[in-house]
Design a protein around this ligand. Structure first.
Ligand code: PNW
Length: 494
């Protein structure tokens, strides 16, 4: 058997979460409301009618979460900071909440004390509700850019002495398309009458996108000018995007695959890394695609130190679709011969396909020529929520997903020469899966929402072992600290 290939010593691996999906405690210690608070309370917005008031109770159980990370031996943890905890009313002249600062400050200290690198996201979809009410939130360029920059400044000042890896905005595609196009995410604006009576899906998503890009870029400019010289960290954006491959070898379906990549990824990545919008988007959208001024372009182009990559699946692409947000491309997992691309997850949009993951890593590196941090990758096992716990923790399909993608990641690094610096599995815990409520479980740790007890799934142990074995100086799996032992209800990693 050939010797096991190794990852670079500095490679960061671990697990990811987001504030609104795990914290709960939405009305304590001075937190303001976010756009998700009321959105998910309104009927029909979440599959199970549930909200984020408790979630995994991580605002209270954060020490247990860190103990769990330590038990898995994670080298890094990707979490997000809740803007309405830091600045409850959100705006640049609104007061900062000392309790919010204290919470994340203590959290970061505890991560570091446990040898875990903090990887912080500034915006994972929880806009302060007040900014939405006051001026339309992401729709208002002058206001939102200034308020986002001020919020970012507060975070750099408060945590930048210890946080050396910053992500500005998580998945702006979801913010635009799901929040202002399809209306399935907060703030739920859409022209789809079933979803909302407010909003213009033909213009708002494109406008919001340009404001998220600009806000990101201005926050990076601030960091580079005023903080990076002394704090010395890296900062970038995280984009979602799945590999797109042609359904068959017809020329129109080959173009369709590129069109899908242009609308899902190029929309954000081309401006940020290359300094222009994809030609195909300009063609389709005409003057609905907002232009940046030349001054704005100089801020936008080159505004990310790395490519933050969230990816879950691969789509087979057919020309002639009717969905503008997908670039008029139809997606399918069924090949021309009737077979499936991979194993079906609980969510309709997700199947396993490690080859596509490796292709996407190569595509992004070749096109954008920047180091890649894989910031999310994960799988929801079909019907896991209906299983008894001892069955759910035996999550074979999730293990196979991680095995395939981790091997593909290693091959991309060692055989294809792609510069990849991190891998974060989504997610540390089952949690509030947005419009799916709690019906879809992405965790490597099972959460019993009745008791809030955590049970490591086999996939969590798998990821942990896989990375330990491939890091030349991998740490041993640490024995559980006393605070975590009862939490695991007698289950141990080994
Ligand atoms: C990401 N889609 O969202 C988010 O960053 C996480 O907060 C989320 O829990 C995770 O993926 C799993 O869904 C996505 O419709 C939401 O293709 C929707 C899609 C993809 C990613």
């Amino acid at each position: 058997m050939p010797a096991t290939k190794h990852l670079p010593k500095t490679f960061l691996w671990g697990f990811a979460t987001a504030a609104f999906q795990i914290e709960g405690s939405t009305d304590v210690d001075g937190r303001g409301k976010s756009i998700w608070d009321d959105f998910c309370r309104s009927p029909g917005t979440t599959l199970d009618g549930k909200n984020g008031d408790v979630a995994t109770d991580s605002y209270k159980r954060w020490k247990d979460d860190i103990a769990l990370l330590r038990q898995y031996g994670a080298k890094a943890y990707r979490f997000s900071i809740s803007w309405p905890r830091i600045i409850p009313l959100g705006g640049r002249n609104d007061p900062v909440n000392p309790k919010g600062i204290e919470f994340y400050s203590d959290f970061i200290d505890e991560l570091i004390a446990n040898g875990i690198v903090p990887f912080a996201t500034l915006y994972h979809w929880d806009l302060p509700q007040n900014l939405h009410d006051r001026y339309g939130g992401w729709l208002n360029k002058d206001e939102i850019t200034k308020d986002f920059v001020r919020y970012s400044r507060v975070c750099f000042e408060s945590f930048g002495d210890r946080v050396k890896h910053w992500i500005t905005i998580n998945e702006p595609w979801c913010v635009s398309v799901l929040g202002y196009g399809r209306g399935v995410f907060a703030p739920g604006r859409s022209m789809c009458p079933a979803k909302s009576s407010d909003g213009d899906s033909s213009t708002e998503p494109w406008i919001v996108a340009s404001h998220t890009i600009l806000s990101h870029a201005l926050a990076v400019q601030l960091y580079r000018n005023e903080f990076k010289p002394t704090q010395g960290g890296v900062i970038g954006i995280t984009l979602n995007g799945d590999m797109a491959i042609p359904y068959d070898d017809s020329p129109e379906n080959s173009s369709a695959a590129q069109h899908a990549l242009d609308f899902a990824i190029g929309w954000y990545a081309d401006p940020i890394y290359l300094g222009y919008y994809p030609e195909y988007m300009k063609q389709v959208l005409g003057d609905r695609l907002p232009e940046f001024t030349s001054e704005e372009w100089t801020v936008v182009k080159g505004s990310s130190d790395f490519y933050g990559m969230n990816t879950y699946t691969t789509n087979l692409c057919k020309a002639g679709g009717h969905d503008e947000f997908q670039g008029f491309v139809d997606y399918t997992f069924t090949r021309p011969d009737g077979t499936q691309l991979g194993t079906q997850a609980h969510c309709a949009w997700l199947q396993t396909h490690p080859t596509g993951f490796r292709q996407l890593l190569n595509y992004l590196y070749k096109k954008y020529k920047t180091p890649i941090y894989v910031t999310e990758n994960g799988f929801a096992v079909m019907n896991e929520t209906k299983m008894p716990i001892d069955q759910a923790v035996n999550d074979t399909d999730r293990i196979e997903y991680f095995r395939g993608n981790c091997e593909a990641l290693l091959a991309a690094i060692t055989e294809d020469g792609v510069d990849i610096r991190s891998y974060f599995a989504w997610s540390l815990l089952d949690n509030f899966e947005w419009a799916d409520g709690y019906t879809t479980r992405f965790g490597v740790t099972y959460v019993d929402y009745e008791t809030q007890k955590r049970y490591p799934k086999e996939s969590g142990k798998f990821v942990s072992k896989w990375f330990m074995e491939r890091l030349s100086s991998g740490k041993e799996i640490l024995s559980p600290t006393p605070s975590v032992a009862p939490l695991l209800n007698g289950r141990q990693l080994h």
